[in-house]
Every structure is written in structure tokens, then in C-alpha cells.
Write a protein that binds this ligand. Structure first.
Ligand code: HEC
Ligand code: HEC
Length: 285
């Protein structure tokens, strides 16, 4: 009997703890009165953070039509990027700014569900509020599309959104944007989310910080993503900047795979932005 009570209490504590630690965060309405929207900056954030790399449909020529449908094969199953166009039915056209803000900053949906970290909010959480607001006003100018989003094909227990609450506690440590972060780090870590592809992950899908940018698994399925750690890459600053603007490597190979759309976006930023990104890559320890 004693043993039975012990097991029941243990289970009970376990369940209560699970419910508490995985409960959605409280949503506060974001005050936008202080912000004056800047469309040009919104476009800059859109390009630097590469929303279209994942959210346009496979092979689409229209880089502004966020119809979704691209698939990402991982150890946990296959994710499909959803339609995030301005369509009110199939996209997120019915959302308000707070909905948008919480999805990017906390990976939480308007109904309080966790998003899977295949949506790189673990990087985007470092975006500052004004930039998210400008991105939002820019997003509103984009076209709508009526393609329904596809359902992810994941294995248990990774398909349970609630469990992502545990992932967030383990891997989403630095919740708030550090205002003292330099522009170089901001471009690479918050916006460009370069580490989400270039850093290897542990078996729970968390980034291995000790192997920062030393090459990762390809979310497209085949092959590996190269290391861009300076001890492996060995490119000069000019060579990195050239690659990010024209797509040419120092041996005149052309950028391919998932990196092609990253370069297509980054090539539309300023020389200074590319220089800041190169500076970051050269100083990784
Ligand atoms: C690496 C690929 C990738 C990139 C880059 C990306 N997303 Fe996503 N996004 C996803 C995936 C996959 C999901 C689905 C997550 C889920 O279902 O939990 C998603 C979900 C979303 C959702 C939730 C949609 C819904 O219907 O609830 C929003 C909003 C969103 N992304 C906005 C953005 C914005 C804005 C950007 C750029 C700042 C961006 N995404 C960049 C892959 C990506
Ligand atoms: C969606 C995944 C993804 C993201 C995000 C990404 N990369 Fe890449 N990157 C790749 C892949 C894949 C390649 C290999 C390209 C090829 O095979 O041509 C690559 C190649 C590179 C290379 C050339 C490496 C070599 O040895 O040829 C550099 C430099 C690079 N990326 C820098 C960056 C920077 C800087 C960022 C952030 C602004 C970034 N990447 C974001 C996937 C990504």
C-alpha cells in the first residue's frame, strides 16, 4: 500500500510539474503607439532574416509570395513550412501585431501552442521590438495566396507541441534581447540565423554551442552543411563578402543548396552589412 501511494504521488508530482513547466507564457498586448513604421527597414529585416527562404513554395520565382509548402526532413520527421501570406483563410492575414510578435519572439501561436523550433525563433527571439514592428508593416504589403498549409509528419513524442515547452526551457535560455549586442552579432545571430544551419545539434535538436558554426546536418535531407568556422573556412574578408554578394566562392564555384536563397537575400543588403557579417565569421572562436 505504501509503495502504491508513493508511486501515485510520484506520478502526480510529475504530471503537475509537466503541466506547469510546459504551460503557455502569458500574452501581453504590445503597445505600438511608440513605433513609427519604416517600410524600408522592414524590407531590410525581411531580407536579412530570410523569411522567404523557407516560406515561398518549392522553386517559386516569386520571392514575396509566402505560400509555404517547402519540406524539411529531420530526425524527428518532416516539417512543412506553412502559408504565412496575407490570406485571411490560409495564411496569417487575420492576425494582429501581438500574434505576430509572440510567434517570432517566443515561438508561441495565437492560441497559446508552441511552434516547433524548425521555425528558427530561437534566433529571432533576439530581434528588437522596433524591427519586428517594421517587419510586420512590410509583411502587410506582401501578396496573399490561397494554398492550404500542410500538416507536419512527425514521430511521437516530437509531434506533441506541449513537449516543446521542455525544449524551450532547455535551449531557449537567453529570452530577452540584449541591447548591447553589436550590429555584427545582431545580423548573424538574431536575423541571419546562420547557426541554425551551420552549427551541429544534439539528439534533442539543441544547438551544440561548443561547436559553434562547425557544420551541421542538412535540413533538406542529403549531405552536410559545411563548417564556416575560420579554422575550416580559411577565406579572407573580401572572399566572404564576394560570396555573400555574387555567390562565387574563391575557386569560382557557385553557391548551391539552401545557401543560394540566403545569398540571394543578403546580396540585396548593403556592403556594410556584408562586411559586418564577414567580421563576425572571422572572429568566431
Ligand atoms: C528555416 C525555415 C524557416 C524560416 C527561415 C522562417 N520560418 Fe516561419 N516557420 C517555419 C516552419 C517549419 C514553421 C512551422 C512551425 C510549426 O508548425 O510549429 C513556421 C511557422 C511560422 C509562423 C506560424 C504560422 C502559423 O500558421 O501559425 C509564422 C508567423 C512564421 N513562421 C513567420 C516567419 C517569419 C516572419 C520569418 C522571418 C523572420 C520566418 N517565419 C522564417 C520555418 C521557417
Ligand atoms: C538554411 C540553411 C542555411 C542558412 C540559414 C545559412 N547557410 Fe550558409 N550554407 C548552407 C549550405 C547548405 C551551404 C553549402 C552551399 C553549397 O553547397 O554551395 C552553405 C555555405 C556557406 C558558406 C560557404 C562555405 C564553403 O565552404 O563553401 C558560407 C561562407 C556561409 N554558408 C555563410 C553563411 C552565413 C554568413 C549565414 C547567415 C547569414 C548562412 N551561411 C546561413 C546553409 C545555410
Amino acid at each position: 500500500m505504501k509503495k502504491f501511494i508513493f508511486v501515485i504521488s510520484f506520478l502526480f508530482i510529475g504530471i503537475v510539474t509537466y503541466i506547469l513547466i510546459t504551460k503557455p507564457i502569458e500574452v501581453k498586448k504590445i503597445q505600438v503607439n511608440d513605433f513609427k513604421s519604416n517600410l524600408e527597414n522592414g524590407r531590410h529585416i525581411f531580407l536579412a532574416s530570410g523569411c522567404n527562404s523557407c516560406h515561398i513554395s518549392e522553386g517559386s520565382e516569386n520571392k514575396l509570395l509566402l505560400a509555404g509548402g517547402q519540406k524539411f526532413v529531420t530526425n524527428f520527421g518532416t516539417f512543412f513550412a506553412p502559408n504565412i501570406s496575407t490570406s485571411e483563410i490560409h495564411g496569417i492575414g487575420s492576425w494582429n501585431f501581438s500574434d505576430f510578435y509572440y510567434s517570432i519572439k517566443f515561438g508561441q501561436s495565437p492560441s497559446g501552442k508552441n511552434y516547433f523550433p524548425a521555425f528558427p525563433y530561437n534566433s529571432y527571439q533576439h530581434m528588437n521590438d522596433k524591427d519586428i514592428y517594421d517587419l510586420w508593416t512590410y509583411w502587410k504589403t506582401l501578396p496573399s495566396d490561397e494554398t492550404p498549409s500542410q500538416v507536419h509528419d512527425l514521430v511521437f513524442p516530437f509531434n506533441v507541441r506541449r513537449n516543446i515547452g521542455i525544449w524551450k526551457i532547455l535551449f531557449m535560455k537567453d529570452k530577452y534581447f540584449d541591447q548591447t549586442i553589436d550590429q555584427s552579432t545582431y545580423l548573424v545571430e538574431a536575423l541571419g540565423h546562420c547557426a541554425e544551419c551551420h552549427t551541429p545539434r544534439n539528439y534533442l535538436g539543441g544547438l551544440k554551442k561548443s561547436e559553434w558554426m562547425r557544420g551541421g546536418m542538412n535540413p533538406g535531407g542529403k549531405g552536410k552543411i559545411p563548417s564556416i568556422h575560420p579554422s575550416d573556412l580559411k577565406w579572407t574578408k573580401d572572399e566572404i563578402m564576394e560570396y555573400l554578394s555574387s555567390g562565387f566562392t574563391p575557386d569560382y564555384d557557385m553557391v548551391g543548396g539552401k545557401m543560394a536563397s540566403v545569398v540571394e537575400n543578403i546580396s540585396q543588403l548593403s556592403d556594410l552589412d556584408r562586411e559586418l557579417i564577414a567580421d563576425y565569421l572571422l572572429r568566431i572562436e
